[in-house]
Ligand binder design. Structure first.
Ligand SMILES: [Mg+2]
Ligand SMILES: [Zn+2]
Length: 204
């Protein structure tokens, strides 16, 4: 790196995916900050990240709102590849819900995947939106974000903003992935109970 300007890459734009600028298509290598929780091959330059962060925070503070970040897998739902399903989980296929009315279903089959929503996800999301006023607070920039996730590894700089939720492992492939010895809920043909759901709300 000989000059500061060379760190900007081939153009002056801000977002790069797979080393290509999303605005002009220039090849931009090795610059910017990667954002793996959005996409593993996206990078954005630091000035743009700061600018977006500041304007988001100003808007949140004006409205006296918190930003709530919800993780998906093992927090709100659990997904498995169909090829990773065990023979004794195959019975689930016949329980798959239709996409016609997603708000009524809990188990969905995509081309190569099956996804199970955590019990009470529908009501949790409804409650969060309905009671959004209870999240209203006046806070500084750092504390305007609340994160709900089953793993803290993704958020090393946001420990104070993080609520770590008990990992939701419905499918056997998930238990295997984490080296858990006990049977998955799919094999026990059971699910988290209402008291478990209550504890999620209490912790939040
Ligand atoms: Mg997760
Ligand atoms: Zn560009």
């Amino acid at each position: 790196m000989t000059e500061a300007s060379s760190s900007k890459g081939a153009c002056e734009h801000s977002v790069v995916v797979y080393n290509l600028c999303v605005q002009c298509g220039a090849i931009v290598e090795g610059t910017g900050v990667s954002l793996p929780y959005i996409h593993k091959n996206i990078r954005m330059n630091q000035d743009e990240i700061s600018r977006l962060g500041d304007s988001d925070m100003r808007a949140l503070q004006r409205q006296r709102k918190l930003c709530l970040v919800l993780d998906l897998d093992h927090t709100l739902l659990n997904t498995t590849f169909l090829i990773d399903m065990r023979e004794d989980e195959e019975y689930l296929r016949s329980y798959a819900d239709s996409f016609q009315d997603v708000s009524a279903g809990n188990l969905f089959m995509l081309e190569s995947m099956m996804t199970k929503l955590r019990p009470f996800v529908h009501s949790f999301l409804k409650e969060v939106i309905r009671h959004q006023k209870s999240l209203d607070v006046v806070l500084g920039k750092e504390s305007s974000v609340l994160i709900l996730d089953d793993t803290k590894d993704m958020w090393p700089k946001h420990k104070d903003n993080l609520i770590v939720i008990e990992r939701y492992q419905f499918f056997a492939s998930s238990c295997k992935q984490y080296g858990y010895k006990y049977q998955s809920r799919s094999l026990m043909k059971s699910d988290e109970s209402e008291p478990d759901g209550d504890s999620i709300e209490r912790n939040a």
